[in-house]
Design a protein around this ligand. Structure first.
Ligand SMILES: Nc1ncnc2c1ncn2[C@@H]1O[C@H](COP(=O)(O)OP(=O)(O)O)[C@@H](O)[C@H]1O
Ligand SMILES: [Mg+2]
Length: 355
């Protein structure tokens, strides 16, 4: 049997580059080699595509892995992916293990569409919408899901009329969360306790995105669900709970990556009916945005047991120890099995292009 040639794509231009490198190494080690032939491709932080059959990850000054800027370049265009001598790599499926901008936001998905390469995960529209919380929230609400109260502040409007924006923000009460519409890893996200902190928090968030969400803070628990499409059916995993410990007040960047101050309870300790309602909400969110392949859907469970969707990630952390594979391990599918399921569904998918 001919093996299916899979491009495992690592790195990328977003700040989550090093996490992506770990995810890709994990997939490379676990992919079923009796069925698939993996080829590791790197994208440097400046956006150059590198043939990782000829280079290794390099260690940055922070001790993390990066795709080397000086590696052997690939030629990528709408005709496909070629090596520097111009010979086509013959990629049948791309697995973009990329997080954030240019990886999870529909842009690379558009390139694969143009090149006619099958790929793992959501398409252009679902990727782009899920990435931008200011667009995703009204869609969730339209499908009957609860979202946190809030408004979107545009940088131009803030610069023009601060008083008007402050008045709208004040109406939400305090504390509030201020976060970029297209954030990731909690960058640019702050908890704001009173009016005096608004301006600095907005300026920080505007460093990441000219559109910023201001939301009433939800007091409660954070629950995550991993949705995987198995034989075309969106299927929810068991739920997990993220518990952040002091001094972290919320699931901020440090709590996510820098120290062991976060506990994951898998499965989350929840009453049966609440757990099933959250799983159902996860599937509803997946379908509302038209997601494909996989997504991790993150919720708040408020103190009065309201299920509030926070966000959906179309390419969640995918290292062997990340939440998505851990939730599926507990649900009965190993890391290797979920990789095979994702690749099979990428191949079988009809792209439904309108002509
Ligand atoms: N409205 C909110 N109420 C309570 N906590 C929030 C709210 N919005 C964000 N947070 C906290 O900030 C974290 C990061 O926000 P999130 O919207 O998930 O951004 P990211 O895409 O960077 O993960 C959340 O996991 C949660 O701890
Ligand atoms: Mg989040």
């Amino acid at each position: 049997m001919n093996k299916i040639r899979v491009a495992i794509i690592a790195g990328g231009r977003s700040s989550e580059h090093p996490i992506s490198c770990i995810s890709a190494s994990g997939v490379l080690a676990a992919i079923d080699r009796s069925k698939f032939e993996p080829i590791l491709i790197g994208i440097t932080q400046s956006g150059t595509w590198i043939d990782m059959r000829q280079s290794d990850f390099e260690r940055g000054s922070d001790g993390l892995s990066y795709v080397p800027e000086g590696g052997e370049k690939l030629i990528v265009d709408i005709h496909g992916i070629k090596d520097s001598k111009g010979s086509d790599l013959g990629i049948e499926i791309a697995f973009p293990l990329l997080h954030g901008a240019y990886g999870e936001d529909g842009t690379i998905q558009g390139l694969f569409e143009m090149a006619g390469i099958a790929y793992v995960g959501s398409g252009v529209l679902a990727s782009a919408v899920a990435m931008d919380k200011s667009f995703a929230k009204p869609i969730y609400a339209d499908f009957g899901l609860k979202v946190a109260d809030g408004i979107t502040v545009h940088q131009d409007n803030w610069n023009k009329s601060k008083d008007l924006e402050i008045a709208k923000i004040r109406a939400l009460g305090f504390p509030i969360f201020i976060k970029p519409a297209r954030s990731g890893s909690s960058r640019g996200t702050s908890k704001v306790r009173d009016e005096s902190e608004i301006s600095a928090a907005l300026d920080d968030a505007f460093n990441y995105d000219p559109r910023v969400l201001v939301e009433a803070a939800v007091v409660g628990r954070e629950i995550e669900c991993a949705v995987l499409q198995i034989d075309s059916v969106a299927t929810a995993s068991v739920l997990g709970e993220v518990r952040v410990h002091p001094p972290h007040e919320f699931y901020d960047f440090e709590a996510k990556y820098l120290d062991g101050s976060t506990t994951f309870d898998i499965p989350a300790n929840l009453a049966g009916p609440i757990a099933s309602a959250i799983s159902q909400a996860a599937i509803t969110a997946f379908e509302a945005l038209g997601c494909e392949g996989l997504a991790r859907v993150d919720f708040f469970l408020s103190e009065d047991n309201q299920i509030i969707i926070n966000e959906l990630n179309t390419m969640p952390g995918f290292t062997p120890t990340s939440v998505f594979p851990a939730l599926w391990e507990k649900t009965g599918k190993s890391y290797s099995q979920i990789i095979t399921i994702l690749l099979d569904s990428a191949l079988s998918r009809q792209r439904n292009v309108i002509r």
